[in-house]
Structures are given as C-alpha cells and as structure tokens.
Design a protein around this ligand. Structure first.
Ligand SMILES: NC(=O)C1=CN([C@@H]2O[C@H](COP(=O)(O)OP(=O)(O)OC[C@H]3O[C@@H](n4cnc5c(N)ncnc54)[C@H](OP(=O)(O)O)[C@@H]3O)[C@@H](O)[C@H]2O)C=CC1
Ligand SMILES: O=C1OC[C@@H](O)[C@H](O)[C@H]1O
Length: 433
C-alpha cells in the first residue's frame, strides 16, 4: 500500500488531470525558456482551472518557438520586453538567472503584471529592499509579487512547523540541509557565475536558510559565527577564490535567544556512499543526501514523582522534530517526533528511554476545509500556484504566503553569510526605476 501510494502520487503529479479553463483564467507568460518553468508552472497549471500558460519569451526566437511547441504554449515573443508589454498577459513567471530577477520583476510590475519570481528574489539585500519597498509594489492595488519559496506552501512543511510550535520547550538547536549529487549541475551553469549572482548560498543553500528562518521566526536575526565554503574548482586563472563562487557551504549561526543554527548546502555532493566501501574509493562518486530540517528543544520537566523516604524523581523530555525531504515532499516525506525521556534523582540519571512517532502530511488535516481543495498528489509547486492565484483573485487561500518583508530578511541573511565567509556580495543591478 505504501509503495502503491508513492507510485500513485508520483504518477498523478507528473501526469495531472487536465482542468477545463474558466473564462477569467489568469494568463501567465514565461520569461525565459527555462529548464525549471515546466516543473514550477507549466505542469501545475494543467490541473488549475484558473491558469493558462499563454506565452513564452526567449532571447533566441527559434528556441522560444521550439519550447512553445514542446509545452503547448500559444504565443511566442522574441524579447523579454515584448512579453512584458503583451496586453493579453496577466502575470509573469521570472525564471531567469538570479542576477536578472530584480530588473525583470520591476519591469513586469511596471507593466501592471502580477509576478512569480524565482528564489532567491534578488542578487542581494540592496536589490530586495528596493524591489519590495518600491512604490509600484507597495501601492494599495499593486500587482501581486511572490518569491517562489514553494516548499512553504505544502501541508508537510506547515504540519512540521505546527509540531515545532506546539512543543512547550525552548528551541536549542536547529539544522537544515539541501544537497544535489555531483553531476547534475554543470560547471558552466548559471549557478556558478558570479556576474549572474550564482553560488550555492544563492541556490540550494537558500532553502535551508529559509527553513531555519521559518523555524526560529522571521524576527529572529541569525548572526553567523562560522561559515565555511568550498569554492568551485575551475577558473580561467586557476584560482577558485577569485571566482567568488561557493560550490558548497556550511554555516553556523547564533540567535539573540542563544539558539544554535546550522545549515549546509552542496551543489556537487560526492563521497561517503555506499558506506561499506573505503572512503578513498567513493571520494569522487556522486552521492545522495536527503534534505532535512530538524529542531531539538531544551529538556522540559514534565512530571515530578514524589516517593516515600526517597528523593523525588524528575521526568524530563527532550524532543527532536525532523522533517525528511521538505523540498520534494509529495513523492515521500516523513516527520519524526523523537522524545528522549530521562528520570533524574537529584543529580543522577535513574533511567532513560526514547519514543519516536512518525507522521506524514500529504494534505491538510481531515476536517480542515483546505483538505477538500488540496490533493495528496499536489506538488509544492501546485500548492504555490494555488495560493498565487488565490492572491491575484482576492480569494481567502490557505493562509500561507511569503511577503516582501520576509523576502528582504532572507536576502539580508544571505548577505550576512557571504560577508562572514569572506565572499563578496553578489553584484547589484544597475537597472533603475
Ligand atoms: N523553484 C525551484 O525548484 C527551482 C528554481 N530555480 C531557479 O530558477 C531560475 C532559473 O533556473 P533554471 O531554469 O535552472 O535556469 P536555466 O539555465 O534554464 O536559465 C533560465 C533562463 O535564463 C535565461 N538567461 C538570460 N540571460 C542569461 C544568461 N546570461 N545566461 C544564461 N541564461 C540566461 C535563459 O533564457 P532564454 O531562454 O531567453 O535563453 C534561460 O532560459 C534560477 O533563479 C533558479 O534559482 C531553478 C531550479 C529549481
Ligand atoms: O529546487 C532546486 O533544486 C535544484 C536547484 O539547483 C534549484 O535551483 C533549486 O531551486
């Protein structure tokens, strides 16, 4: 049953049922014939009655035409500005290299389009503050602008957060990591180009940073105390440091409440697997590490057992809550709630034991009205599209949203991490509006 469910969810997510479109469906245009748009917008839109992927623009019109044919997109523009100016388009999906997000989000907003902008929203916090505080964005009837932190929209992430919030103890340690096996991202990829605002912290690293910030709360400032990175190994001058590109990153932070926060990200994960082989054999082999987010609380005194003629026993519980696979939870994820119990008699430990409960959340809880709208096979991107449309249409929605203040705070945390690593902030766009 377990395997059957995984296969069924995965199959339906990849080949979703097609919805017939409403007359007032939102017409989305894709900026760039990007690799990711089919996953984030084209496929999720198939099952959404209020979304039509109506146009694509690419720098090379032949490529745009081919892309449009492959994905059944009716309108092709041979420049980004032509798409932005197209009066038949209501919303734009900006899936360009990070360094172009700021400019094209602003150009799209200026044209009155709603914008779904890929993460990270900008190249650095200077851009993020300018974008999200821009009068065209903050005006009362401004178009909707959303940074595509898709994982937050899935019930798995929200259920994990509820589990974290409902435990009465203080948070002690937080960890999050996201990894790609070596060989997926080529060395010439946009992710490894400084001029396009590349780097691991700007790509896979931005997820764990966002996850830990969600856990500790958006107001808590992460102060980096130790940041280590592995620079990309190639470079015309042979010096990886001069490229300013982190291929992998490990960062440790402290909050004002003394929470220890640790994130890791790797664009080219190698070695360590399978563990029965000598490390020297596997050092250069691509390896798979599951993304996860995990929280450990300070021990909480839950009971005091008073005993005759003996000192009382104090019962402490220390909880760790872990979400395995927050980024692609639809196929499979698991929330582990692990309680470490300790009975203490004065300063001695009388007994310890542990209990673990497991949970999944492919949908909202039964009885929640959102559960009758969402489907178990919805990907994080389908959930995100649902909420983007709800915002544009002024509907109530699930309550999950990534607002401008959050996107700015995320870029500020990225900048602080780069500064601590001794790397330059990603370059600021010269585009002015
Ligand atoms: N949410 C998610 O899960 C994911 C998000 N992303 C994000 O989406 C964005 C795009 O990523 P991805 O689709 O992998 O990227 P691609 O390599 O496919 O590039 C996207 C588009 O950028 C355009 N482009 C414009 N200028 C340049 C340039 N100087 N060099 C190279 N390309 C250029 C190209 O457009 P044209 O067609 O006009 O040539 C290309 O189609 C990034 O911000 C990334 O972080 C990426 C993957 C997953
Ligand atoms: O989800 C993702 O996985 C792969 C990354 O390179 C990408 O940019 C990220 O968004």
């Amino acid at each position: 049953m377990f395997l059957f469910d995984i296969i069924q969810r995965t199959y339906t997510a990849i080949f979703p049922p097609t919805a017939s479109k409403n007359d007032d469906a939102i017409r989305i245009g894709l900026l760039g014939a990007s690799k990711i748009a089919p996953v984030v917008v084209v496929n999720p839109a198939k099952s959404h009655p209020d979304v039509i992927v109506a146009a694509v623009a690419a720098r090379d019109s032949e490529r745009a035409k081919q892309y449009a044919k492959t994905h059944g997109i009716p309108i092709v523009h041979s420049s980004y500005q032509a798409l932005v100016n197209d009066p038949s388009i209501d919303a734009i999906y900006v899936a360009l290299p990070n360094g172009l997000h700021y400019e094209w989000a602003l150009r799209s907003i200026r044209a009155g389009k709603h914008v779904l902008i890929e993460k990270p929203s900008c190249s650095n916090a200077i851009e993020a503050r300018k974008l999200f505080n821009h009068p065209l964005v903050t005006a009362q009837n401004a178009p909707v602008l959303l940074e595509a932190f898709h994982y937050q929209f899935h019930p798995a992430w929200q259920t994990f957060l509820s589990e974290v919030r409902r435990f009465p103890g203080a948070i002690k340690d937080v960890y999050a990591g996201f990894f790609l096996p070596a060989g997926i991202v080529g060395v010439d990829d946009i992710r490894f180009q400084y001029s396009l605002a590349g780097g691991c912290m700007m790509d896979v690293g931005t997820y764990p940073l966002s996850c830990v910030r969600q856990i500790i709360g958006r107001e808590a400032i992460l102060e980096p105390i130790d940041v280590k990175y592995r620079g990309i190994a190639h470079g015309s001058d042979g010096k990886s440091e001069s490229l300013q590109i982190d291929e992998a990153i490990e960062a440790k932070y402290r909050t004002a409440d003394s929470i220890n926060v640790h994130i890791s990200g790797d664009e080219m994960t190698k070695g360590g697997r399978p563990s029965f082989l000598p490390a020297s054999w596997t050092r250069n082999m691509p390896s798979l590490r599951w993304p996860k987010s995990s929280v450990t609380f300070e021990p909480v005194l839950v009971d005091t057992l008073v005993r005759e003629n003996k000192s009382p026993l104090q019962h402490f519980v220390q909880r760790t809550v872990t979400l395995w696979n927050p980024i692609i939870p639809t196929f499979y994820h698991r929330i582990d709630i692990c309680d470490q119990h300790t009975l203490r008699q004065e300063n001695d430990i009388a007994k310890t034991w542990s209990e673990t409960n497991y949970k999944t959340a492919y949908n909202w809880p039964e009885g929640d009205k959102r559960a009758s709208i969402y489907q178990d096979w919805w990907t994080t991107y389908r959930c995100q599209l649902e909420e983007f449309v709800n915002r544009v249409k002024g509907r109530e929605g699930s309550g999950v949203w990534v607002d401008g203040a959050e996107s700015i705070a995320q870029m500020e945390a990225i900048d602080r991490t780069y500064k601590k690593a001794g790397l330059k902030l990603r370059p600021t766009s010269t585009f002015e509006l």
